[in-house]
Design a protein around this ligand. Structure first.
Ligand code: FES
Length: 123
């Protein structure tokens, strides 16, 4: 299986990403702290470029005791990438949609080796 060096780990923002074209296969490579993740840049909804969307913390609505909105709350632990076509969100650490775990980005094996990020593409 082809292995591709997509750049120095230190050159990635945190959180950050690069979308690389590997002989016609686009892969989104993400850095979250000391971890890296990679997915095919194809949204499971309608094949949009999901990995190229905004990177934002998961936002939820807090509910007050009287059942009214207590405002928006941003997760400190979950960061999502948001598909630019129709707004499906995916947890960068798992590739899964926040409410439907069956809807997910297709993972690509990725590792840090010698300070570089290396992905392994299927044949
Ligand atoms: S193609 Fe990604 S949300 Fe529709």
């Amino acid at each position: 299986m082809p292995e591709i060096n997509v750049g120095k780990f230190a050159d990635f923002e945190d959180p950050g990403r690069k979308v690389v074209d590997c002989n016609g296969t686009e892969v989104g490579v993400f850095r979250m702290g000391s971890d890296v993740f990679a997915y095919h840049n194809i949204c499971p909804h309608l094949d949009g470029p999901a990995c190229q969307g905004k990177i934002l913390p998961l936002a939820t609505e807090d509910v007050a005791p009287d059942q009214t909105s207590a405002g928006r709350v941003y997760s400190k632990s979950q960061v999502n990438v948001i598909c630019p076509w129709h707004g499906f969100e995916f947890d960068i650490r798992t590739g899964r949609h926040p409410t439907d775990p069956e809807v997910r980005l297709r993972p690509v094996p990725v590792r840090i080796e010698g300070g570089n990020i290396v992905i392994t593409l299927p044949r």
